[in-house]
Design a protein around this ligand. Sequence first.
Ligand code: SOE
Length: 436
Amino acid sequence: LRRPGRSLPDIVPFPAGQADLKLLRPRRRSTARGAGGHLRMGGFYNEKTECGLVGAGFMGKAHSIGYSDMPKYFWPAPAVPVLKTICDIVPEIAADAKERFGFEKCCTDWRDIVNDPEIDVVSICTPNNVHAEIAIAALNAGKHVLCEKPIASTLEDAKAMAEAAKKAAQKGIIAMNAYQYRRVPAIDLAKKFIDEGSIGKILNVRCTYLQSWSADPASPLSWRFQKDIAGAGTLGDIASHVIDIAQYLAGDIEAVTGMMQTYITERPVQEGGTDLLGTVKLGADAKRKAVDVDDEDSFLVKFKNGAVGSIEATRNAWGRNNFITVELHGTLGSLYFNYERLNELQVCLAGDPDDRRGFKTIYTGPAHFHGEVTWNIPGMNIGYGELKSIESYEFIKAVVEGRQPSTSFAEGYRVERVCDAVKRSAETGRWVTVND
Ligand code: SOE
């Protein structure tokens, strides 16, 4: 699977019967790795791509599901992911993940994946501080990379990754950041409303990302609460998602002014294992350690195009579970999205008669982004798993077509520059310009 530049036939809507399949051109065999690279299915050759995955925790599970479910929705798949090797530094977790997620092999050193000539694509699902080393090594070894967010734990690493990705792109290598929420069908629809001018010039963008899983002080101190590993707390972990959505919908953020707070200043230490994201509470007898990252961030933003707005994020909001909200006000209307109502977009158009004007709800389904192949009955709805399959599809499609995806490393670095400006503003209490 090293043949950039091939464009794909249209995806056959689910369910794809044999009649549909007969209409498809059989795929040519790739010469990249000899005869081993194909599965014969229903009389047609479907390319396959061998996947390595580093980091077998929550995100390792999400990427595994994304890869293995993707062809069930997107058929014919651009290439069928084969779960080749999963890596975790804890041998028991690696061995367990191999069985659970269906990988052929497991290992404890990511270099075994990066140096394996059989592996085409690498998912990086590790803590943030090792993203750069693994991603750059993988890109240099000619692997296509899908890296979890935030892109890195420092601005320097993020820059180095964006530069490595730019260099690798010249050889047709793809590097993608996992900012999956911009691929929510309702967000895609919001983008359409904006691009076609239906809500006019954007005046204001208000975003929140509120979660509750770390609100309990007995929730363990995992790597997400340690600056040397995570880089930042809530800012990199979740505010980054809404920064990405805000910039995707409204363009570059030019300047910020904000605050960062830490409310729970120490937590019981989690000794090893995968991050359980607050589902386990530790007792008063557990060893405790100081938290050196932010719990909550609130900042105002100015966009280059003159729009203004605000972003708030916390993982300590009881009752708010994955409360990603995006509200845009334009000269001709408004849009509102809330992840807790994932399959809905609210729209208010100024042009409606005075006595009928107000938010109406559009339920996303078969008529929306990839809706014809996820579930083709209105109201069936999608969830987090389907979003990861959509992400996997966009990644593998980009690899097969040899073009960078919309959430490239350059975009990840763009988000990181905004995070850096928020940190500088929180230190100085001033408006800070986002560095180019
Ligand atoms: C924890 O806050 C977390 O797993 C984030 O790291 C993810 O990016 C978010 O999508 C879900 O919550």
